[in-house]
Design a binder for this molecule. Sequence first.
Ligand code: FES
Ligand SMILES: [Fe+2]
Length: 448
Amino acid sequence: MTTRNFTRDEMETVQEILQTDSRPVPPVLKQESIKNLGTADIPREIFFSPEYHNLEVEKLWKKVWQWACREENIPNVGDYVVYDIADFSVIVVRSKADKIQAFYNSCLHRGTQLCVNEGNTLALKCPFHGWTWKLDGTLAHIPCRWDFEQVEDEAFRLPEIKVATWQGFVFINFDPDCESLESYLENIPEHFQQFALQERFTAAHVAKVMPANWKVALEAFLESYHIMATHPQILKFTGDANSQNDIYDRHNRGILSLAVQSPHLGKPLQPQAPATALIEFIKIDPEILQISEEMNPRAYAAEVTRQVFKQHLEVDCSAVSDTEMLDAISYLIFPNFLAWPGVGQSLQFRFRPYGNDPDCCIMEVLILQPCTSGVTPPAAKIHWLTSEENWSDAPELRQSGPVLDQDASNLLLLQKGLKASAKPGITLSNYQESRIRHFHQVLDKYLS
Ligand code: FES
Ligand SMILES: [Fe+2]
């Protein structure tokens, strides 16, 4: 388990907050849509009950569109990726240059899984007795066919699962009668037009089995309220309590401004200090661009990150807005895809149950980076961390690794504490944790 160590500096920041934390949060944050969410507690059993997990499988995972892989994971005909969720396993395969299909990963003879992990193949061939299907799911070959008089080709096509793509993400849906992905995503495509994630490539893909329910892990990233206790080192350049939360129909959004100071910090910093603290934190050489008195600090920090993309990656970000270069803009695409589509903070998270164990989940982090002019590098292979390894043991996550370790350090404590509690439910703050409350209301609708 990860342990959290605060430096003396960070502890002083916490002390400072404790002395000044009675100041009110700006009233601008009282939105109608959020007030309508109510204030009820959330029952704690839903985070560890096997029955609740089974209900989620039946009513949620079998019904929702879910991100299975990126198109760039399967660029060539015959490339496939196996996507697992609870007991289900799905082969996502590029069956033609312009076609992606998904099949239940189970042989129609006696049920053996046809594929594992990822790879490239000419046909889907069962390792047990050799039954074989073409990439489009039609039956190609049964050894000793004379012994299976009852088998008709058409009835023995591989059962298919719905597939749709959006901005380079491949989604699947087990429900043959589901609404289209386009309709499911609601306002998300409109919001993401400017981000154009289909033009980026996966520069890092790190995964780990975490000792907490998938909702516990997801919710650790749906609020900024924990920053002062869990990540005090970033308060100097993070607008936490005054971050923006937006509630949509199924999905929601948070905007965490960077290169501004947390409202929790009592004494005002120099105007440029949040910007220079951010530059220092993300380990950018400040010599790239000197800050001057008259410069707007956020514009300065954004310009520094543009210069870094230009110098190190030959990527021109001159048309990218300051907020897209700097801020942690996160969208929860219900139920389990948390996207930070900005250029500078471009992380994509996915959380899903680990088999049928409600006390564990698979958490994945991808960095989607703009492509150098005209060149699309191959997608990074998945890097699985062992239970002994920390997120900071994945150097490809750069400065995010140690921050993720701080988040991870809470998860086991939370999962265990939820089970040990004498209190029937968890209590959420009304604004800062509104995205969690909204997520549970949408989840409730699915499960009922
Ligand atoms: S189980 Fe697949 S060929 Fe026998
Ligand atoms: Fe965090």
